[in-house]
Design a binder for this molecule. Structure first.
Ligand code: ADP
Ligand code: MG
Length: 610
């Protein structure tokens, strides 16, 4: 039970009922897909199987490229690893294809882990270049290894056998492919809705954002890279036993680019977009390979040119791909509130007035510049401390030292009894520090509820595999209810199911506060929360922060807006040119001559600030 329960129930009640025409349409389409392998002519069934196999690779790219933002041109090579592993095991060693599959996944997983660890720290265009490099290396490894049959490849791969029946007919094989595709779609959908999925999406916000909630960015990237590679490996297994022979051609970087085309044209952020893209590109390729040479009276891969144009047009006119244009006619995936079984244990809070954060002689040097120069101050539990100063004073740098974004050059910072001067952002967060961002970092395509749930990342445990299997429901329920409680606390519960991207800036900042509160922090750090807000929004924010303080939340606020700060905080630390200029109550700071001078031209009298 939580205070906003009635409101939430209302919000759920206003969601559309379950059996809308859209749901029926979706069910009808699913039935059609199930019937297709029986209805289509044989050669079309083979095309359909290929589409489903390619879709599996493209879904891996949705995870890797669409969600996390890492572009890979080399995924066809992972498909090759899966295909060749099963080909070698079933032809040379006469093992069952059902052993070839896990073996392929294992080998691919290991290669992806190694490549990931080596390349995923690269940023910008270096990573895509690296994927081309290893994509080519693997391709030529396939082509130049005699045991793999060189560029002619391996033949006589046995069919997959299910319950004693060899799947030799394309119609039977289509159902195996469909099963694999559906499994991959479900695993991916579960993953994206989970704690890990929210963390994966947060990775797009840059290195600082996800880490602030305790996400291990690098490890997360390596894991998602491995998952997407293993999807491609599964596709390779299906492909090898469908074609019954393998050669290097389908596993080149060129094909890797094709999979990216599928995902981009279909919709790189959508699982169904990847399936749609795979269907569209594959079908189009069939048609164009037929049509274009006849039209142009010449032989050649003219369809590639058309694809190039198609991708450019998509990027120009439908940047999110074609799927979002179709999706609005289909049933929406509604977030369901799970029944709460347990709650997270609460953090022990220090008694009001006891020291919580202490900064001693903090120094941060950027080359010759001392951005923070010998600054000391204390923060006690239950108070609001303001850190102010003119532009360039070193406030943000100080903020970064405390939150672990940057390590201090020297000095001590103690939080909750622990020295944190050299600790990472995730470790400090786990000690009970939660923050908001100067530039709002939300997931605009997710609901307020899901955004808020990200704040509790460090309180939950479910990993990648558990999330994909949807075995984290008890934890998700606890996260949902905690998030709803905090949304209620900041006054946003009624919009819990709206998309964060639709909020005004003032509400987005308040949403970030709710997200931070889900971590059950002992200290809340706010980085210029009033920047860009209108007067009314500032008043609302200020009222919220005062209320939180009265409820026992300790707050450190870095702010530029004197008016807001002066009327909010208990104490102030003023910085100038990296040094501490003054410290005291707002009344004392107003009287301070040095501060007045630093803020030359700013009227700091009680009634002066307009
Ligand atoms: P404030 O937030 O008070 O406006 P900052 O902490 O952002 O000030 O900056 C303090 C000084 O440190 C500025 O002179 C700024 O140019 C410099 N600075 C901040 N971050 C870096 C950095 N990563 N590298 C070099 N100089 C920096
Ligand atoms: Mg700043």
């Amino acid at each position: 039970m939580f205070p906003g329960e009635r409101m939430i129930r209302q919000a759920i009640a206003t969601n559309p009922p379950r059996f809308t025409p859209r749901v029926l349409l979706g069910a009808g389409l699913a039935l059609l897909v199930l019937a297709l392998p029986l209805l289509l002519p044989l050669f079309k069934v083979t095309v359909m199987t290929n589409i489903m196999i390619f879709a599996i690779v493209a879904i891996g790219l949705v995870l890797l490229t669409g969600v996390v933002g890492l572009t890979s041109f080399g995924h066809a090579a992972f498909m090759g690893v899966g295909a060749y592993t099963t080909a070698v095991l079933t032809t040379h060693y006469h093992l069952s294809p059902w052993l070839g599959l896990p073996a392929g996944l294992l080998v691919t997983g290991l290669i992806a882990w190694f490549l990931g660890v080596v390349t995923l720290r690269m940023s910008g265009h270096y990573l895509p270049l690296a994927t081309i490099a290893w994509g080519m290396s693997l391709f030529y490894t396939f082509g130049n290894t005699p045991a793999l049959g060189g560029f002619t490849g391996l033949t006589d791969i046995p069919p997959v056998t299910v319950l004693g029946t060899a799947l030799t007919s394309p119609r039977q094989y289509a159902y195996l492919s469909l099963l694999c595709l559906v499994v991959v779609m479900l695993l991916t959908a579960f993953l994206l809705q989970s704690r890990v999925g929210r963390a994966l999406r947060a990775l797009r916000g840059g290195p600082v954002v996800a880490e602030a909630f305790g996400v291990n960015n690098f490890r997360m990237k390596v894991e998602v890279f491995m998952i997407s590679a293993m999807y491609a490996s599964l596709a390779g297994w299906l492909y090898a036993h469908s074609q019954r022979f393998v050669n290097p051609t389908p596993f080149s970087v060129h094909e890797g680019i094709n999979y990216l085309f599928m995902a981009v044209v279909g919709g790189i952020n959508y699982i169904l977009g990847a399936v749609f893209g795979a269907a569209l590109i594959t079908q189009l390729r069939e048609w164009l390979q037929d049509l274009l040479p006849k039209l142009l009276h010449a032989q050649g891969s003219f369809e590639i040119i058309v694809f190039g144009i198609l991708v450019i047009l998509t990027l120009q006119f439908a940047r999110r791909g074609l799927w979002p244009l179709i999706e609005r006619f289909l049933p929406q995936d509604r977030l369901r509130i799970l029944p709460q079984q347990s709650a997270f244990p609460e953090r022990a809070k220090p008694a009001p007035g006891t020291p919580l954060l202490s900064v001693r002689s903090a120094l941060k040097q950027f080359g010759g510049l001392k951005a923070v120069n010998d600054v000391s101050f204390d923060l006690n539990a239950g108070e609001i401390l303001g850190l102010i100063g003119p532009n360039g004073a070193g406030k943000s740098t100080m903020f970064n030292l405390i939150t672990g974004v940057n390590p201090a050059t020297s000095g001590q910072i103690t939080f909750a009894g622990q020295e944190i001067g050299k600790a990472g952002a995730g470790a400090i967060h786990r000690l009970g520090l939660a923050r908001t961002f100067q530039h709002v970092h939300l997931l605009p395509d997710l609901t307020l509820l899901e955004n808020t749930m990200l704040g509790g990342y460090a309180r939950a445990k479910a990993g990648m595999v558990q999330s994909m299997l949807h075995l984290e429901r008890a934890e998700e329920a606890a996260l949902q209810h905690e998030a709803l409680r905090q949304l209620e606390r900041v006054g946003l519960a009624a919009q819990a199911f709206e998309l964060a991207g639709n909020l005004a800036l003032g509400q987005q900042r308040i949403l970030e506060v709710a997200r931070a509160l889900v971590a059950d922090p002992t200290l809340l750090l706010l980085d210029e929360p009033a920047a860009g807000l209108r007067y009314g929004e500032k008043q609302e924010l200020s009222a919220l922060l005062k209320r939180l303080r009265d409820e026992g939340v300790t707050i450190l606020i870095v702010e530029h807006d004197m008016d807001l700060v002066m009327n909010l905080v208990d104490r102030l630390v003023v910085m100038n040119y990296g040094q501490k200029l003054a410290e005291g109550t707002p009344a004392e700071i107003r009287q301070n001559g040095a501060v007045r001078e630093a803020y030359l031209g700013v009227d700091m009298t009680e009634d002066g600030a307009a």
